[in-house]
Design a protein around this ligand. Structure first.
Ligand code: MIC
Ligand code: SF4
Length: 750
C-alpha cells in the first residue's frame, strides 16, 4: 500500500541527500537521509541537532482507537473535508481480555459500539483507512502493510517506532500532532541527536532481539534516549530478522527515544516478500545504497553520531527486567538472587506472551518450541498463560501451523488480536487488592497498574520463549538456561535453547481482518456521534491566555518519583472515556505519588485544609474559586504513553504550569500543544524546597521568549518568597500556542 509513496521518495532521495551533504559538508547517517528528504523546506530549515525545531512532511499517520478519538475531534476543528496524508485507524486498545478471542471480541463490539461507530464514520468521511476491532494491533498491522524503508510516519501511540524494524523512521506523537498533519500542516519535532548502536557478533541460544533492547534499557535507562534517535549498524544487524528488529525499535520508546531505525537489509527484503510486497522489496533493493548510512559514516561512526553504544550479540545473555520499570535489567540467571534480595514474591501468578512488541511468527515459533519440550515431558503451564497475537495474519497462520494448539495444550488462553492485558484491559480473576503478586510477560511496559489495573502487581518483562519456560515453572527464580523441572518421569526436564522459524514455511495465511479502505468521497457522510454520549463529546476550545502573570497558584500535587502518563491518566477501565474529556479527567493523577503526604492520587485541599481528597476533586474546587493551579513534577515527568489526556485533563481542570525536574518528549509537546506551560527547574534541587502550602507565581510571561529563563516565585505561607529560576523549551511558534490557549486555537487564529 506504500509502493507509490516509496517510488516518489526514492526518486527524490539522491537529490535531497546531495544537497544535504553539500550544506553539512560531510556524509550522512541514515536518519539524516530520512529527515532531509522529508523536510518541509530544506533550505530554510535550521538543522542543528538537539536545538533546531524541524518542520517535516510525514508520509503517513496511524492512530489507535484510544487516542484516535481526540486526534479526530481535533482534526474536525480544522474544518477540512479530507485528510491531507494517507492515514489509518486501528481498533485495538478497547477490547477487554476476559475469556478468549471470540467472546471478548463480541463483547467489545457491544461495549464500544458508540466509539467504533464514531471512528468508522469519521474514517469514511475524511478518507481514512479503517482496521476494525480484531484486525490487529496498530504496530503489527503497520509493519505488515504500511512501513517501508526510508519512510517517515507519525502515530498516536508511543510504540510507533516499531516501524523502524522495516527501516522507517516512525515516531510516536500526541493526537494534536496527528490532527495537524492530517489537516495539511508540517509536523514539528526537535532535531534529534543520534545514538549509533553498533551491534557485533550474532544472537544464539536463548538470546533474542528482546534481550538486545532489554539490555539497552538497562544500559541507557528510561530517559537515556530522550530527544535522540537510535540508529543501529554493524555486522550484527544482518543476523536479526525484520520482526526482531521491530521488537528492538518498538521498545526504543522505553528509553524515551524519538525513534529507532535499522538500515535496509536482506532480512527486510525477505519480510517484505513474505508479507506480499514483492514490488516494494524490488524497489528497495534497487535503491539500497540510499537506504542506509553513507559508507564513510560506517568507516568512522564516532565522527557522525553524537554517541556510540556497543553491544556484542554473541556475549548477550537472556534478560529479565522489572518490576515497575523497564530499565531494571539483569540476566535471567540473576533473577533468583535479586528476588531474594528485594523480597519479590517468587511464585508467579500469570504469564503472558505476544503484544505489539513480540508476536511475530519467529517469536511465537520459538515460544512454541519451548512449549513442545515441556509438553513432551508431560508438563503443563503451572500458572495461567495468555497469548495475544498481533494481527489476523499472525493469528490465522499460527492456528494453521498448530502453534496456537500447542499453547492451548499447555493450558493457554488465546486472546483477541488486541492490546488487552498490556493496557490494563485484563480482568485477572485471582487478583487480591493489597497483595503484591509477580507476573511475567513479553510486553514492553511494566509500570504499576499497567496490566491488571493493580498498582501492587510486580510485572517483569522477558522474551516470549523465557516467559513460556517460566509458565511451566510457575516461579520467577527458575533459570530456563540452567535449571531443571521435576516431571512425572524419571528424568527432570532441562530445556534446550529454542529454534524458531523466521517465516512460515508455507507462507502467511492471507487476510485483511475486515479492513475498510478510504472512501472516495465523504462530504455527505454524517459523523455518528450522539449529543448525549458518555463516551465521546465534541471539544470546546480552551480559553486564550488572559495576558496576566500567574499569581499565587496553589499546588495541586507535587509528584514524587516516577510519574508516567499511566500515573497521570491511568488506562484500563478509564479507556472508556478517552473521547470525553470531562469524564476522563476524573482519573487525573490517580496513580501519582503525592510528595507531600506519600498518598497515591490524593492530597490536601489547601483552601479548606481537608486531607485525603482526590486530586481531580481538588482541582475542581480550586477552579470553582476562580483559581488556577500548579503541578510540581519529578524526573522524566510524563514518561511512557503518547496519550494527550495526561495534558488535556490538567488543562481542563485549571492547571496553568507544570514545573518538573525534566520531561519526557511526547508529554512535554502535549503540554505545550494544550496551552500548559512546561518549566524545568534550573537547579533540580529546588524541587525539594517546595512545600504543600506554598503558592506559585510565574512572572514576566508577556516577555516569554525562546531560550530565556522564567522567574518563579514560591511564596511561603508566612509571606516569605523564594525566587527560583526555571527554563523552558518553547520556540517562538510554541509561545504563540501558549498565548492562544492551545496549538489548535493558534491554528484557527492564523
Ligand atoms: C501504551 O502502550 O501505553 C499505549 C496504551 O499504547 C499508549 C497509548 C494510549 O495511552 O492510548 C502509548 O503507548 O502511547
Ligand atoms: Fe497496545 Fe501494549 Fe502495544 Fe501499547 S504497548 S500498542 S497497549 S500492545
Amino acid at each position: 500500500m506504500s509502493l507509490e509513496i516509496a517510488r516518489a521518495l526514492y526518486a527524490s532521495l539522491p537529490g535531497c541527500c546531495e544537497e544535504a551533504r553539500k550544506r553539512f559538508g560531510r556524509p550522512l547517517t541514515f536518519t539524516e537521509k530520512i529527515l532531509v528528504s522529508h523536510a518541509d523546506d530544506f533550505a530554510a530549515q535550521d538543522w542543528s541537532r538537539g536545538s533546531a525545531m524541524l518542520a517535516l512532511r510525514p508520509d503517513r499517520v496511524a492512530m489507535q482507537d484510544a487516542t484516535a478519538q481526540m486526534a479526530l475531534l481535533q482534526f474536525m476543528q480544522s474544518g477540512r473535508e479530507r485528510v491531507a496524508v494517507p492515514s489509518t485507524i486501528h481498533c485495538d486498545h478497547l477490547i477487554r481480555a476476559r475469556t478468549g478471542a471470540a467472546e471478548d471480541l463480541a463483547k467489545a463490539l457491544g461495549e464500544n459500539r458508540e466509539v467504533y461507530a464514531f471512528l468508522s464514520s469519521a474514517a469514511r468521511k475524511y478518507g481514512i483507512g479503517f482496521w476494525p476491532p480484531g484486525a490487529g494491533i496498530i504496530h503489527q498491522v503497520v509493519l505488515e502493510n504500511y512501513a517501508f524503508p526510508g519512510g517517515l510516519m507519525i502515530g498516536t501511540d508511543s510504540h510507533t517506532p516499531n516501524g523502524g524494524g522495516l527501516g522507517m523512521l516512525a515516531v510516536g506523537v500526541g493526537g494534536a500532532d496527528a490532527g495537524e498533519v492530517m489537516a495539511g500542516l508540517a509536523w514539528e519535532v526537535l532535531a534529534p541527536k543520534l545514538i549509533g548502536v553498533r551491534l557485533s557478533g550474532r544472537l544464539s541460544g536463548w538470546a533474542s532481539p528482546k534481550d538486545v533492547i532489554l539490555r539497552l534499557c538497562g544500559l541507557l535507562t528510561v530517559k537515556g534516549g530522550t530527544n535522540q534517535v537510535l540508529e543501529f549498524f554493524g555486522e550484527g544487524v544482518e543476523s536479526i530478522s525484520c520482526t526482531g528488529k521491530a521488537t528492538i525499535t518498538n521498545m526504543g520508546a522505553e528509553l524515551g527515544a524519538t525513534g529507532s531505525v535499522f538500515p535496509f537489509d536482506r532480512k527486510m527484503e525477505s519480510y517484505l516478500r513474505h508479507t506480499g510486497r514483492a514490488g516494494l522489496a524490488d524497489l528497495a533493493v534497487a535503491n539500497r545504497t540510499l537506504l542506509g548510512p553513507d559508507p564513510e559514516v560506517l568507516d568512522a561512526p564516532e565522527r557522525f553520531y553524537d554517541r556510540i553504544v556497543d553491544l556484542d550479540l554473541s556475549a548477550l545473555e537472556a534478560q529479565i527486567v522489572g518490576p515497575h520499570t523497564p530499565d531494571l535489567a539483569r540476566p535471567v540467571s540473576r533473577m533468583g538472587a535479586d528476588a531474594q534480595e528485594h523480597g519479590y514474591p517468587v511464585e508467579l501468578r500469570a504469564a503472558l506472551i505476544g503484544s505489539c512488541t513480540n508476536s511475530s511468527y519467529e517469536d511465537m515459533s520459538r515460544a512454541a518450541a519451548v512449549a513442545r519440550q515441556g509438553l513432551a515431558a508431560g508438563l503443563k503451564a503451572r500458572i495461567p498463560l495468555y497469548v495475544t497475537p498481533g494481527s489476523t495474519r499472525i493469528y490465522d497462520t499460527l492456528e494453521r501451523d498448530g502453534m496456537l494448539e500447542t499453547f492451548r495444550r499447555m493450558g493457554a488462553t488465546v486472546l483477541a488480536n488486541a492490546c488487552g492485558p498490556c493496557i490494563g484491559q485484563w480482568s485477572r480473576a485471582d487478583a487480591v487488592p493489597g497483595r503484591a503478586d509477580s507476573i511475567v510477560s513479553s510486553f514492553n511496559r511494566n509500570f504499576p497498574g499497567r496490566n491488571d489495573g493493580m498498582a501492587e502487581t510486580l510485572s517483569f518483562l522477558a522474551s516470549p520463549e523465557i516467559v513460556t519456560a517460566l509458565a511451566f515453572a510457575g516461579r520467577l527464580d527458575f533459570d530456563p538456561l540452567d535449571g531443571a523441572l521435576e516431571t512425572a518421569g524419571a528424568a527432570p526436564l532441562r530445556f534446550s535453547a529454542p529454534q524458531g522459524d523466521e517465516h512460515p514455511a508455507r507462507g502467511f495465511v492471507e487476510g485483511d481482518g475486515g479492513y475498510v479502505p478510504p472512501a472516495a468521497a465523504g462530504a455527505r457522510i454524517e459523523i455518528e456521534l450522539a449529543p448525549d454520549s458518555e463516551r465521546i463529546r465534541l471539544l470546546a476550545p480552551f480559553p486564550r491566555w488572559d495576558g496576566k502573570d500567574f499569581e499565587g497558584l496553589p499546588i495541586l500535587i507535587k509528584t514524587q518519583g516516577k510519574t508516567t502518563t499511566d500515573h497521570i491518566s491511568p488506562a484500563g477501565a478509564w479507556l472508556r472515556y478517552r473521547g470525553h474529556l470531562d469524564k476522563i479527567s476524573e482519573n487525573m493523577f490517580l496513580g501519582a505519588t503525592n510528595a507531600f503526604t506519600g498518598e497515591r492520587g490524593h492530597g490536601t485541599d489547601v483552601l479548606t485544609g481537608e486531607p485525603g481528597v482526590g486530586i481531580a476533586a481538588i482541582a475542581r474546587r480550586y477552579q470553582a474559586q476562580g483559581l488556577g493551579s500548579a503541578v510540581i513534577g519529578d524526573e522524566n515527568y510524563g514518561e511512557g504513553s503518547s496519550r494527550e489526556h495526561a495534558a488535556m485533563s490538567p488543562r481542563h481542570l485549571g492547571v496553568k504550569v507544570v514545573i518538573a525536574r525534566s520531561f519526557a518528549r511526547i508529554h512535554e509537546t502535549n503540554l505545550k500543544k494544550q496551552g500548559i506551560l512546561p518549566l524545568v527547574f534550573a537547579d533540580p534541587s529546588d524541587w525539594e524546597r517546595i512545600e504543600r502550602e506554598d503558592r506559585v507565581s510565574v512572572t514576566g510571561l508577556a516577555a516569554l521568549a525562546p531560550g530565556q529563563p522564567v522567574r518563579v516565585a514560591i511564596v511561603k505561607p508566612d509571606g516569605r518568597s523564594l525566587v527560583i529560576e526555571t527554563l523552558h523549551g518553547l520556540t517562538a511558534r510554541q509561545i504563540e500556542w501558549f498565548k492562544a490557549g492551545s496549538a489548535l486555537n493558534a491554528l484557527r487564529h492564523d
